[in-house]
Design a protein around this ligand. Structure first.
Ligand code: TYD
Length: 135
C-alpha cells in the first residue's frame, strides 16, 4: 500500500469567513516520522525540476500556494501524474519513485521528509534508477 504515490487529503479546518488551517502529524496522517521539512519557491514556470528518485526517502508534499504537477514513474514502469492545486491536498511519494516536477509561477512547495538530507540517497541518473534491483 505504501509503495505507490498517492494523494492524502488533509482536513481543512475553518471557514471562508475566517480562513483555514491544515495540520500534518507524524504517524497519523503522515505515514512516517518527519525528520526534515523544506520548501521551495520562486521556481520559474518553464523549469522542470526533480529528475531524481530516492533509495530510502519518503515524502509528503504540498503546494501551499499555486499549482505543482508531478510526473512519476516506478521501477516497474508505472507512470502517473498528480496535480497539487490546493493547500490541503498532500502527495505521498514512497521510496524508489522517479519524479519530474513543474511549478506555476507563484507555487510554494512544502515537503515533509522521512530522512535528513543525504546526497547518497539520490538516484540522479535515470538508467541507474531503472536498472536498480530492490531486494
Ligand atoms: P533537489 O532535491 O535536487 O531539488 P529538486 O528536486 O527540487 O530539483 O535539491 C536541489 C539542491 O538543493 C541540490 O543541490 C541539493 C540541495 N538540497 C540540500 O542541500 N538539502 C536538502 O534538504 C534538499 C532537499 C536539497
Amino acid at each position: 500500500m505504501n509503495n505507490i504515490p498517492k494523494y492524502i487529503n488533509f482536513s481543512k479546518i475553518g471557514s471562508s469567513q475566517l480562513g483555514f488551517i491544515t495540520v500534518a502529524e507524524a504517524q497519523k496522517n503522515v505515514p512516517f516520522d518527519i525528520k526534515r521539512v523544506y520548501w521551495t519557491y520562486y521556481t520559474p514556470q518553464d523549469v522542470i525540476r526533480g529528475g531524481h528518485a530516492h533509495k530510502e526517502l519518503q515524502q509528503v508534499i504540498f503546494a501551499v500556494s499555486g499549482t505543482i504537477e508531478f510526473y512519476t514513474e516506478d521501477l516497474k514502469g508505472n507512470k502517473n501524474n498528480f496535480i497539487l492545486d490546493s493547500p490541503e491536498k498532500g502527495l505521498y511519494i514512497p521510496r524508489l519513485i522517479w519524479r519530474n516536477i513543474q511549478f506555476s509561477h507563484n507555487a510554494v512547495l512544502l515537503c515533509l521528509a522521512s530522512e535528513l538530507y543525504d546526497e547518497n540517497d539520490y538516484f540522479r541518473d535515470y538508467n541507474e534508477f531503472k536498472t536498480y534491483k530492490d531486494d
